[in-house]
Design a protein around this ligand. Structure first.
Ligand code: UN1
Length: 508
């Protein structure tokens, strides 16, 4: 454990605020407790409203310099950050595992996602394209350009403690913005380690202090003051729907911008023509991976009644094989939940499933003995449910999978879309009409819709995010960069005359 902290550069007491230098903070202490062994693995002095103010000021100041660095040069610095992450992939991946309980492969996979988005951002730094338009007036030229926006507040959750920052930060950095990161208080060591790596690269390139910043603390002492601050034009937040609602209201109140990536309740429709072996494997990764704690986790299987039993048996068979334990051990497939609070929430959901008429078909037990004595290890759970059960419409951040039988395809789509969340979705079928219907505008209502692959594990090249209560934000690839910049429409008159648009005459 000591080695993991040392290799990631986060042993010893940390300060809760960084803006080019570490500030001394006096807002209590924040502890990071590993769900792997229940031990406190790190402590930071907490930041408070005063530090938020200082850090925002520094980020504003740095922005005035950073925005004048040509975008491809900013891209070159992001390229170096990507190289530094490559060097630290194993060390960071192990820290992600230790602090969040993700298995090693997923911890490293998350760092790979950071590397991928860094590479993507390097290319994007030369492609911040605006459109040119034909003016309706003679001798006029119109075009649009994209300017840096300002400091961007990035609020991240425990479950992707480094990748989500990088989807935002790498794009914000090439866009010319500075970044203020408020990580989850449950995973701030990962954030401190990444901040150190990025800050070192920025320093080597003589960038001003305040391009990347960090604030460690809870919602009240850090989150709320950051979100309220009018000098932060964009808040990008990942977390629960309740958290997002609060942030949306505050930022809308000051007419700021948000990118919200909130809850998911992701479903897979399994039709009679599906390859059930492939389907079962995809479901197990989607439902059990990250111990069911991804926003893209597969939570609902809407399965045709003719293949219900076969799929159920295949899934139960596969669930029995899932090796649960120390996430840092090579053979483990499922680590612990983030804390005992998450276990309580899971057990509470299981009670409600039973009282609402569902049936637990497999798992759902808290493990004990040896490493399990932390009370954070559970067996993943499969339940039979029907779509009307209120608990099915909720996102329980735990490995609970609902099997919901359907009779006809339209019913399956309507069950699929019948929840308040709209992040990720998938269909397993070999029937072209079914897959095309699912992808059409009368099909899935989610931000992500897949055919014959699961709901989780999206690549960074696409825009990531969802509809309805998921919040509507898009991060990472495609043209998500536009949300981090301000668009300016420019009209240049080279005619020597002054014709007005819409043919208006206004001669004096
Ligand atoms: C999240 O859980 O907040 O698609 C993000 C995936 C990952 C990201 C999940 N690339 O599962």
């Amino acid at each position: 454990m000591k080695d993991i902290l040392k290799n990631a550069g986060v042993e010893g007491e940390l300060s809760g605020a960084f803006c080019g230098s570490w500030l001394s903070c006096t807002h209590g202490e924040v502890n990071s407790v590993s769900p792997v062994n229940g031990e406190v693995i790190g402590t930071a002095s907490g930041a408070g409203p005063k530090e938020v103010e200082t850090v925002v000021e520094r980020a504003v100041e740095a922005f005035s310099t950073w925005r004048m660095v040509p975008a491809p040069k900013r891209g070159e610095i992001v390229r170096q950050i990507g190289l530094a992450l490559r060097k630290n992939k194993k060390a960071l991946g192990a820290l992600v595992s230790l602090e969040t309980g993700k298995i090693r492969a997923e911890g490293e996979g998350e760092v790979q996602e950071m590397i991928d988005i860094a590479d993507f951002a390097v290319g994007q730094s030369r492609m911040l394209y605006g459109l040119g338009m034909h003016s309706e007036r003679p001798g006029h030229r119109m075009y649009e350009q994209w300017h840096p926006l300002g400091p961007v507040g990035v609020i991240t959750a425990f479950n992707f403690p480094v990748a989500v920052w990088s989807w935002n930060a790498m794009i914000a950095l090439i866009a010319g913005d500075t970044v203020i990161w408020k990580p989850s208080s449950k995973a701030f060591l990962c954030a401190a380690a990444v901040t150190k790596i990025a800050a070192e690269v920025l320093e080597q390139n003589n960038c001003p202090a305040g391009v990347v910043n960090l604030l460690i603390g809870d919602r009240k002492s850090v989150g709320t003051p950051l979100v309220k601050n009018p000098k932060v034009p964009l808040i990008s937040a990942t977390g629960s729907v309740a958290m997002g609602r609060g942030i949306a209201a505050v930022v809308a109140g000051r007419l700021g911008r948000t990118i919200l990536e909130l809850g998911g309740n992701n479903g897979i429709v399994v039709t009679p023509s599906a390859d059930l072996d492939l389907t079962a494997r995809a479901i197990v990764f989607g439902a059990v991976g990250t111990a069911g704690q991804r926003c893209t986790t597969t939570r609902r299987i809407i399965v045709h009644q003719d293949v219900y039993d076969r799929l159920k048996d295949a899934l139960i068979g596969a669930y029995r094989q899932v090796r649960i334990g120390d996430p840092l051990a090579e053979e483990t497939l499922m680590g612990p939940l983030i804390d005992t609070g998450a276990v309580v929430d899971m057990m509470d959901a299981l009670n409600r499933i039973e009282s609402q008429g569902g049936e637990i078909l497999y798992g759902g037990k808290v493990l004990s003995g040896g490493i399990y004595d932390t009370g954070t290890y559970v067996t993943p759970c499969i339940c039979r449910a029907d779509a009307q059960m209120p608990v099915v419409a909720e996102e329980t951040f735990a490995p609970i999978l609902y099997l919901i039988p359907y009779r006809d395809f339209d019913e399956a789509v309507s069950i699929h879309n019948g929840v308040p969340q709209g992040l990720s979705s998938a269909i397993f079928t070999n029937d072209l009409q079914e897959s095309e219907t699912f992808l059409s505008h009368r099909g899935s209502d989610c931000g992500i819709a897949n055919v014959n692959i699961g709901t989780s594990g999206a690549e960074i090249g696409g825009a990531f995010g969802g509809e309805k209560e998921t919040g509507g934000g898009r991060e990472a690839g495609s043209d998500a960069w536009k949300a981090y910049m301000r668009r300016q429409t420019c009209t240049i008159n080279w005619s020597g005359e002054l014709p007005l648009a819409q043919g208006i005459e206004f001669d004096i």
